[in-house]
Ligand binder design. Structure first.
Ligand code: HEM
Ligand SMILES: *[C@@H]1O[C@H](CO)[C@@H](O)[C@H](O)[C@H]1NC(C)=O
Ligand SMILES: *[C@@H]1O[C@H](CO)[C@@H](O)[C@H](O)[C@H]1NC(C)=O
Ligand SMILES: *[C@@H]1O[C@H](CO)[C@@H](O)[C@H](O)[C@H]1NC(C)=O
Ligand SMILES: *[C@@H]1O[C@H](CO)[C@@H](O)[C@H](O)[C@H]1NC(C)=O
Ligand SMILES: *[C@@H]1O[C@H](CO)[C@@H](O)[C@H](O)[C@H]1NC(C)=O
Ligand SMILES: *[C@@H]1O[C@H](CO)[C@@H](O)[C@H](O)[C@H]1NC(C)=O
Length: 505
């Protein structure tokens, strides 16, 4: 008797779960929009959700199958999204008619401290106010000053490499996991430029900032699992008042920033970092920002800068070891730059002058887009029309939109031979052939990445030091096929970014 009852209960739960997991799949039924059949729980994202492929690969494959349509329905797990495959329509939605799509997708985590105050999560007028506060913070002039903090970390990184070099130096190459090195660098650079704290993770890998910073990532460990759960079942998550991050760890960073602000105010200290810039911005702004709202903007660096900046250096060095000619040409430019400096330390302006460096990084972001897709949320009903004024689709408030960045980057109609690493695509001569709104590593329009200058400056500065001193080569453990071996949201081989460095001098 009891057995039958248990079976009945289990069957009912199973049925309810199944119904719930497919409950959103009718979203496009009456909307005259093509979509591919979704699967329970994972939607069209089976391969990446089950860790069989990277998110990038999944998006690119989906785009390849559907690119002959301008719009297509996509189920990102259970969330229905409308994917825009056409560059002109991307321009319409992200730029021309931005007023209808001013926000990113809603993150439903009301109990999470700081996360909801970050610029990328803020909405509407609140976002507009904060964006105008932060825009002057990320200008070239401010980056120029910030570079004088970053360069110290590049030097420490190099010191570390020199000391780990085998003693019979000169000819001997040594192997390292570039990702481990770059994570340390990213950590130190964020500490000094965003939190006003000088740490050296190369000499002291166990420093508190690094230890606590590591726990604040959506993409690893327990926070990742909680984040996934929150995406799948936000109601359950919020009902139990769960949070993704440990509140003590969050408090650590709040104290760091708030104390630094008070200390600097009191002792009249200036330092060209984010805290200083936010203090100035706060004074000038007519809005009454709370401490949390200010600290949250430093917090962004953990989510937007940490992994992305370190991955950018990794994918670029990986392409350089596969393409020795390109590396050699970059070395020449780096050497010329060093000669022109006549012994003075590297500056922001010298970094900006390296045109081949810029081409290499641009192509690296083309071939290995760190954000596979960008998203928008429709806030006012909107009728999308083509150039002739013919109606294409009716967007309703609440619709989620996806822009398949890596699909576009890997489309041979826009980038011939997309598998080829070819910095010349971005040369002065050929740049003008690029089709507008097909190259979107930092997104597009008023809602695009605010930190792109910062990211490029860090990657270029580090590559300068690295290329000047070492020749990057493949080692036996180097990934053969990055595209196939990457998993999750990052382009990182599951085994690590192994390569070897051969000292140049
Ligand atoms: C290589 C590194 C980076 C890449 C590839 C990248 C990429 C992106 C992309 C694709 C978006 C979405 C844009 C859109 O929806 O149109 C974005 C937004 C954003 N990024 Fe980055 N990013 C990088 C580094 C950074 C850094 C260093 C910061 C530092 C503060 C940053 C801060 C932001 C912010 C605040 C937003 C949201 C902007 C808004 O909603 O107004 N990013 N980024
Ligand atoms: C998508 O198509 C392009 C050619 O247009 C190809 O290079 C790329 O590898 C394809 N993407 C995937 C994930 O197979
Ligand atoms: C970093 O830049 C500043 C300002 O240009 C300079 O004074 C300092 O010596 C540089 N540090 C290193 C390690 O190059
Ligand atoms: C703080 O420093 C600035 C410039 O260094 C100076 O003009 C100002 O008088 C100082 N204020 C106080 C209270 O010491
Ligand atoms: C800002 O907030 C503080 C404390 O909440 C308050 O005392 C002050 O009057 C406010 N200023 C403005 C301009 O609203
Ligand atoms: C890279 O930046 C984008 C935009 O800020 C962000 O959504 C994404 O999570 C970042 N990637 C990682 C791995 O941190
Ligand atoms: C858009 O995405 C959010 C967050 O994933 C979700 O809560 C919402 O239901 C989605 N909107 C529609 C119309 O599906």
């Amino acid at each position: 008797m009891a057995f039958v009852e248990i079976c009945l209960v289990l069957a009912t739960i199973g049925l309810l779960l199944f119904q719930w997991s497919t409950g959103t799949f009718k979203a496009f039924k009456d909307r005259d929009l093509y979509f591919e059949k979704p699967h329970p729980f994972v939607g069209n994202m089976g391969a990446s959700a089950l860790q069989k492929a990277s998110f990038q690969k999944q998006i690119s494959e989906f785009y390849n199958r559907t690119r002959h349509r301008k719009l297509v329905g996509l189920f990102n797990l259970r969330t229905p999204m409308i994917q825009i495959n056409d560059p002109q329509l991307i321009k319409k939605i992200c730029v021309k008619d931005f007023d209808h799509f001013p926000n990113h997708q809603t993150l439903n985590i009301p109990n999470e401290r700081l996360v909801n105050d970050m610029l990328n999560v803020m909405r509407d007028q609140h976002w507009r106010n904060m964006r105008s506060v932060l825009t002057p913070v990320f200008t070239a002039a401010k980056m120029r000053n910030m570079f004088t903090l970053m360069n110290e970390s590049f030097a420490e990184c190099l010191e570390h490499l020199k000391s780990s070099q085998p003693f019979a130096a000169g000819e001997n190459a040594f192997e390292l996991d570039m990702k481990v090195l770059c994570n340390k660098l990213s950590n130190d650079v964020i500490a000094t430029t965003a939190f006003g704290l000088k740490v050296n993770s190369f000499d002291d890998p166990g420093n508190e900032f690094h230890k606590i910073g590591k726990t604040l990532s959506f993409s690893r460990g327990l926070p990742f699992q909680k984040f996934m759960m929150c995406l799948l079942a936000p109601k359950v998550f919020n009902f139990f008042k769960l949070t993704i991050f440990n509140s003590e760890n969050v408090e650590y960073f709040v104290r760091l920033v708030v104390d630094a602000m008070q200390y600097r105010e009191k002792h009249n200290i200036t330092r060209p970092d984010m805290i200083q810039l936010l203090m100035e911005a706060k004074k000038e702004s007519k809005n009454n920002w709370t401490d949390d709202e200010i600290v949250a903007q430093c917090f962004i660096f953990f989510f937007a800068a940490f992994e992305n900046n370190s991955n950018l250096i990794c994918t670029t060095t990986y392409e350089l070891l596969l393409n020795p000619d390109i590396q050699e040409r970059l070395y020449e430019e780096v050497e010329e730059t060093q000669e022109a400096l006549k012994g003075a330390p590297l500056t922001y302006d010298a970094v900006q002058k390296m045109t081949y460096m810029d081409m290499v990084i641009s192509e690296s972001l083309r071939k290995w887009p760190l954000s596979a897709a960008a998203d928008r949320l429709c806030s006012k009903d909107y009728t999308l029309t083509d150039d002739e004024g013919i109606k294409l689709f009716e967007f309703k408030a609440g619709d989620n939109i996806s822009i398949p960045i890596c699909g576009l980057h890997w489309d041979e109609r826009f980038f011939p031979q997309p598998q080829r690493f070819d910095p010349e695509r971005f040369s002065e001569r050929r740049k003008k052939d690029l089709i507008p709104y097909t190259y979107l590593p930092f997104g597009v329009g008023p809602r695009s990445c605010i930190g792109n200058r910062y990211a490029l400056m860090q990657a270029k500065g580090m590559l300068y030091s690295l290329i000047l001193n070492y020749k990057i080569e493949a080692s036996p453990r180097t990934t053969k096929d990055l595209w196939e071996s990457a998993r999750g949201f990052n382009i990182i081989p599951t085994t690590g970014f192994w390569m070897q460095l051969l000292p140049r001098k």
